[in-house]
Structures are given as C-alpha cells and as structure tokens.
Design a protein. Sequence first.
Length: 747
Amino acid sequence: MTTQTCCGSGSRTLRTSGTGPGAQTNNGELEIGRGLTGVLSEVRIWNAVRAPGQVGLPVTPREKGLLARWAFDENAGNVTIDHSGSFPAKLRGARWTRDPDPAASPLRLYRNGEPLAEGPVTAQDSAPWGEAQLTLGARLEGGKPADPFTGTLEEVRVWRTVRTAEQIFDNLFSRLRGDKQDLLGYWPFDRDSTEPGTTSVRDEGLRGNSLAFSAKRPRILLSTAPISTDTAQVRSALAGVRTPFHDTIGGGPAASEYADLQYDAKGEALGLLKRCYGFVRDGRWHLVTGYKVGDLTTEWVGQAQFDPQLIGYIEGAPPVPSENLIDGIGDHAGASSVEFTEAEEVVQSLSSSKSRSTDTAFNFSISLETEADVMTVTAPLGVGIAKPLAEGQMNFGATTSLETSNTWSSDTQVSQGTNTSRKTKLALTGYPEDPAKLVNPTLGRRYVPANTGMALVQSQTADVFALRLAHTGTLIAYRMLPNPDIPLDWNIIHFPINPRYTKQGTLDGAVGFDDRGKVTDPDYPTATAYGEYSYFKPRDAYALKRRITRDQQRLQAYYQSISETGRNDENDPVEAQARTVLRGMGMDVAPRDDSRSGGPSSTAGGFSHRDLVNTYVWTAQGGFFAETTEATDAVSETTTGSYSFHGMADGSMDLSFGFIGLGWGIHLDASGGGGYSNTRAKSKDASRSFGLDVQWHTLRRPATPQHQRHADVRRGGPSAPGSPRPSPLTDGGERGRTWTHPPSSRP
C-alpha cells in the first residue's frame, strides 16, 4: 500500500510505501496524521506501490488502484468526503486553515502524452507575463517580443475546456478531424501559413483567430514531427519522414479497429473508434493501441453489476420429493421456501445531570461559671488568721446547632436509534417434466424443481453504453464504465448446483417406485444400494449438528468462566468479548492500545460468528414439526464523566465576661457554602438477531391409489430414537435440517 500526503499550499509530497509480505487487512480503523504537526492539503491511498515519478501527478476519481482520496474541500465540519470511493474520513483534533489561493485553477503539464510531476512555485514563475496579448514563441513587452522560444513548433491548439490525458494522447500524432467546437485557436502551420509573403498564421479552427507575424519572421523548417494520418509508429513508404518512433519489424503487422469509451473532464461519456497494430520484433510480440480513427455516438443502455463480493448464499430451496409434485394437482412453484432474517438495532443515547446546592450550619453554646470558698478564722487575741476550709466551682453550659441545605437538580436524556432488517428468501421453482422423457412413467408427469441456489452479493455498478457509427447508426460494440456515484449495492445471483452434490426433487437418489421397485434418478443410478445420495447424508448432518452444539456449549462455558470479582488489570474479558461481537456485527470499533492490554482474546474471537441448526419433520397429510433456534447478540457500552465543585466558609466567635458575680462565656460557629456537579453519560446499545424460517406447503398426495402407493414413500433421514420406521408401503414423513454458518466454517 502506498500513501501520498500533500502538505501546505506548495507541492511538498510525503511518500510512504510499505514493503514485506504485501497488503494486510484487519477490522480496525485507519488513522492518518497521529502525531503530525503541519497542514494537509490532500491525502491519497493506493492499493499498489507508486513509482517515484508518479507521486504527485494529477489523478481522476476513476484512477486505477486509487482506493481513497481526500482533498479537504469542505472548509467546515468534521467530515471530509472521499472523491474516489465511499470512505468519508472523520477529522479529530484538527482545525481548518485558510487556503492561500482559493481562486486558483490547476495547471497540468504533459510531455509525449505523459503527465509531469508538479514542482514548487518559484519567484521566476511569478515574473511579469508581458502584455495582455496572445503571443506564440515569445513574451510581448512594449509591443516588442522578448525571451524568444528556442525550438521548433509543429502545431499549437488552445482549448476552452479541460482535456484529459487520454484525449490529448488520442490526437497527439495526427491533425484534428472534427471535434473543433471547443477550440479557441488551432494553428497547424500548414502551407497557407508558411508560404513566402504570407502575413498571418491561419487559424484552422472555427473562430478565425489568425495571428500576425512579428517584424522578424520565424524561420520555416521541414517538419520531422511524427504527424501523419495514422499512428506515430506507421510511416508512409512514399513520402513519410523517418522519426524516432519508426523501426523495422520482422514480418507483416496485423491491424484491427475497436470501440473505446472514455470520460471527458466534465464526466461525460465519449465514444471513439480506434485502431491497434500487432507485430513481432526481435522475437517478441508488440501491441500498439490508442490511435483515434473517428468519433462514435454513445447511447446509454442501462446499468449492470460487476465485481461481486460474496456476502452469503443459500444452497437451494428446502428439498421436496418430486414424486409428490404430480402434474394436475396444483401449482407447485413456491411449495417450499427458506428465509433468512437478520435484524440490527443501534441506539445512541446521551444524558446529562446537573445539580446545585447551598449549605449552612450554626453551632451556638453558652456557659456559666461560679466559684465558692468557705474560710475559717482563728483570733485568740482579737486578731486572727483566715484559712480556707472548703473550695467549690460550678460550670453550666448549653449548646444548640442549626443546619440547612438546598439542592436544585435537572436531568436531560436524548436517544436516537436505527433498526435495520435484512431478509433473504429463496422459494422453490421449476418446470413441468417433458412428457417424452418421464423418469417414472408410473407416476406420470411431475413438476421438476430447479436445482439452483442463490448468492447475496455486494457489487459495483457500471453504466452500459452502445457505441454506434454516427452516419449509419450501425452498432459497433457495447462498453461498460464504472459509475463512481453509486456505492456498493446489494444484488442477487442465482447459480446452478451440481446435481451429484444435492439435487432438488430427489431426497435419496430415487423418484418413487414402480412395479419393479425403486426408480432411481439419472444422476444417482446406484441409489438402490444403501449409501448417501443427494440430501440423504445422515453422518454429515449429525456430525455438523454436533459441532454446532459444541460451539454453543463452548460459548456458554466461556461466559460461565468469567469471574464476577474481577482483577485490577487492563485485559478486561468483558470488553474483549464486546469488541469481538461488535466486529462480528460489522460495526466500527474504537481503536485500542493492545500493547498494554496484552492483545485481543483468542478465546473470545472464536465467538464472533454464530452457527445455527434447525430440525424439521413433515408429512404429506399436512403434519409439521419444527425445532428452530434464533441467535441474538447484544452489546451495551456506557461512558460516564462527572465534574463536581463544593466550597465551604467557616467562622467562629468567643465572648466571656462577668456579671452579677458569675462568669459568662458565649461561643458561636457558623459555616456556609455551596456545590455544583455535572454528570454526562453517552451509551450505545447494539443488538443483532438472526434466524431461519423454513416453510413447506402441503404436498398433497396423488389422486389415484396407484400413485399414492409410490409417492408417499418415506425418503431417507434417520428416525428419532424409539420411533417406528415406516415401511415403504406406509405413509411416512420427511425429516430435514437447515444450517447457517459462515463460509470459513463449512465442513
């Protein structure tokens, strides 16, 4: 794979090419520009390595090998369109920048029909262009030519429309014949313009823009340019001038003309009649193509599908015994049918929760303190000494608190989802048996079911054109051109099934009985002996059922093996299984760093596809039993983020004083604050279910007893344990099974 990235307004091109085992595929997203600092002007992705000379060349949306091309023309939004396919790119963490030259038009240079690489613009390229007058071979300044061209001019054409590389090459080596309506000037420098005394160069277009000679006439030379009435490799033996394109070949060439269809620069289809030559030189065969003989008219016929990519297939309608489809007992088209239904539901949800709160708190306390002392006095002489006899202290206190809180909250949730249902159905079709080639004349004429299957594909769309001669309308060829405006679309392709593999209408290789016994189908002449014929393959059927049952048991065991407690590691089995199921649904999964998590779980990867097996039993009298299974996968992903803020302010006050002989103390604490929180969550619920619906309409028995005897014979298929096996002369039932599994898991 090759990636080309153009940076900035110049022509710097970063070219990265991969080497090794070749292109590899995976189910992850492609990321471009991670860690890049700069400006991107265009990104191209190819499915083949580009040569150095091809990098930076102009391309068309239909360029071979171009997988994707993003030119970033939107100038707004976070999605850019792929100009060559169906891969819109999401822009993450990028911003749009101003285009330095928004009014510029592209300049494309070709040499010998091949495009030249674009180079950076220099100061010399921005030099004065001279006077606003078309001048060939020089630059006109002050009415005088300057910077004369050194070389030889054979022919000059000026068009008012953009010409593609193929259009340029078609007329590169020959004079124009018709197709001049878009010519502004056409100067082939023929005899009328180069004769002595001629005063102007004649314009051979339709506008008469002849050019006057300057004072110094250019010199006239004999032309050696490879211009002729044929391709450049062909030279007239009588008057042709030898050119570097000519060589000697070892034998006579072969020539053929063919129709070609191409698009012009506006995207309109053009029809051309071209000629090619084949010859041998130096022991090797060479082919020269592309010489334009003339124009063809194009007629749009319709559209066709091409390049189908297989999505799934059904190996025919449910089998029926053709001996019960006797002519005259009703229309048997659609007597059996199978329908595969797949439903997907994806719901995207966003939720937001906001809350605001204010909180206040008050703590108030008051205290009272008093002291008491008892003294004793000793005074024998009238003068005494006081001594404390007892001391006491009393404290009283009271505390009260007050708290308030107010909260305001708001919740918002929005969900949008899609339900997608896909149904694939195949019904029985067929045709009446040829009366002259009855397989079992005893039964009579049967309705022979068609032995075909159906494939569901996604394919490209092409426009089909008829190319005709303009003057007679004769059809030359049909041509197809891919339509780039139509993405991959669904289509159905019917395909024949090898009758030796399974054949509709015969369940075990036989087509009823006659007086001599079992009548075998022409594709199973040995079906009289016991063996596996057509749909009667019990060993394969039960082996496949056991394998599917084991897979279901393994899935159940996997879920039971997951520990509820979990560990604090990054290799979460729940996440691994969810990613596996999402990939199995064909949904995009966000990239993850597997180097840190140890890589995806190989065990979980085995359950990305689900297989089903159903069992059916039916009888000609209208009895029907079905044991069916439907599979469901569901994944729910939720991502939550929250932000919260909470602030508080506290204050306190202490006051103490004495009053009426008591000590008083007052203490006050006050706090106030508020908070804000915002929680946002986004979730994605995806579910997929699929199952099979098989129907057999009543296969009525033939009207006559003779037909009934041979038509209601039980076709193969093992009996259930303990059930009686009907004899060939009893009216038994039919048993069948259906499976769904990806192609990679087929036995």
